[in-house]
Design a protein. Structure first.
Length: 131
């Protein structure tokens, strides 16, 4: 996905991240949620890069809140912010509605394995980190 590279490259320029992610998504996404998803991915990548470079610390909930508060109003924003309410007892089908960007953060900073073959386990394990 192009948006993750944009977030990492412009990690010190939040407005540039949003503008470039929007432009990159408009080429292939004709709906608001597709564009908002690209913005969310780019922002998550931006914050992850800042964490890696500056050794900043964010809890998973702080990370989700930072990304979610900036994404424009949309179903995508709703689903990102839904991650703030998840508990370790949440049903797996509910957890699948949270965009994978959140789980990439959990994998990188919390060491939770992420593979296409093990999505259910990853999502369940990740949700436990949110409580």
């Amino acid at each position: 996905m192009r948006a993750s590279v944009i977030g990492a490259y412009f990690h010190d320029e939040k407005d540039k991240v949003i503008a470039e992610a929007t432009k990159s998504a408009e080429v292939t996404h004709s709906n608001k949620d597709g564009i908002c998803g690209a913005i969310g991915v780019a922002l998550a990548s931006m914050y992850s890069t800042r964490i890696g470079i500056n050794k900043e610390r964010l809890s998973p909930k702080e990370f989700i809140a930072k990304v979610g508060e900036i994404v424009p109003d949309s179903d995508t924003k709703y689903k990102i912010l839904k991650g703030l309410t998840l508990s370790s007892n949440a049903h797996i089908e509910m957890l699948r509605t949270v965009p994978r960007t959140v789980f990439h953060f959990l994998q990188k900073d919390l060491g939770i394995p992420f593979s296409a073959q093990d999505v259910d386990k990853t999502i369940t394990d990740s949700s436990r980190q949110l409580t």
